[in-house]
Write a protein that binds this ligand. Structure first.
Ligand code: COA
Length: 269
């Protein structure tokens, strides 16, 4: 079992991570497992889901669940949540992290391209949160949506993701207000540019463009998956028991609004 700062911080908890089969969300799932939680992840690709399950089991020494499931399919999400509660008894922690994105000017988007990203990011987050309600530990559950700075600060070529994530922000904040009296907390994490992720690969057309973007980040570097995962562990722990309805930027001070990513250009398709 690997070492982690938060060992036992989430002991006895059960976590469900949508999109947790790769990238930042897999990092979050593994951090939850290292902190003592039993973990289930879902992703579209069955092979990747199986690999993620093995990865989490190796990191934690405990059995995990990796399931193939598209967050756009409400019935499939509901089944995955039921399977998790049958296996582990309950759900204390839920992360909505499944996302789809690419860089495109608005005139480069077909109606279906725009709808596809809204379906994955916004409708998918609704599906994951809504389908979980009956299964959440109440009081005590903690929900996280992974969002993006574009939801609050306009940047070029991101109309589809920005619109979807703005919806995710208000959905999650509203949920914090409505489900708060039942003892459910809900927060949002905004990752900045995170090294080694598909997001950085997709969103940077050249090393020069990426270097320019990093030069505009006050921390002068990309973030790490671990830095996002540790934030998620904190938000789901007792240490954050009075934090709800908040958007937490983990981005080296970029705040996106300072134009750090304006120099990025769409990749050629
Ligand atoms: N620019 C403009 N339109 C694009 C595009 C791009 N770079 N990539 C896809 N599209 C359009 C497609 O042409 C299609 O529209 P059409 O039917 O009018 O032609 C529409 O988006 C749906 O694409 P499709 O590939 O059929 O959808 P999908 O559900 O298989 O894939 C995506 C979803 C589009 C988000 C895809 O980029 C994806 O799966 N990405 C991997 C995961 C990811 O993006 N993670 C987040 C990183 S930040």
């Amino acid at each position: 079992m690997s070492q982690c700062f938060s060992e036992n911080l989430l002991a006895g908890k059960v976590a469900f991570v949508a999109g947790g089969t790769r990238g930042i969300n897999l990092g979050i799932a593994k951090a939850f497992a290292c902190a003592g939680a039993r973990v289930a992840v879902i992703g579209r690709d069955a092979e990747r889901a199986a690999a993620a399950q093995a990865d989490i089991e190796q990191a934690s020494g405990e059995s995990a669940l990796g399931m193939s499931c598209d967050v756009r399919d409400y019935a499939a999400v509901e089944t995955a949540i039921k399977t998790t509660t049958e296996a582990f008894g309950k759900i204390d922690i839920l992360v909505s992290g499944a996302a789809g994105n690419f860089f495109s000017p608005i005139v480069g988007l077909s109606a279906n391209a725009f709808k596809t990203v809204v379906d994955i990011d916004l409708i998918g987050t609704f599906n994951v949160f809504r389908a979980s309600f009956d299964y959440l530990t109440k009081p005590g559950a903690s929900l996280i949506a992974i969002t993006a700075g574009q939801a609050e600060h306009a940047v070029p070529f991101q109309a589809h993701a920005a619109a979807a994530k703005a919806g995710v922000n208000m959905l999650t904040k509203t949920l914090a207000v409505e489900w708060g009296p039942a003892g459910v907390r809900a927060n949002l994490i905004v990752p900045g540019g995170i090294e080694g992720t598909e997001g950085v690969k997709y969103l940077s057309s050249s090393q020069d463009g990426l270097d320019e973007a990093i030069g505009r980040v006050p921390a002068r570097r990309l973030g790490t998956v671990t830095e996002i995962a540790d934030t998620a562990v904190f938000l789901c722990s007792e240490a954050a028991s009075y934090i709800t309805g908040q958007v937490i930027y983990v981005d080296g001070g970029t705040l996106t609004g300072n134009g750090a990513y304006d120099c990025l250009r769409p990749l050629k398709r």
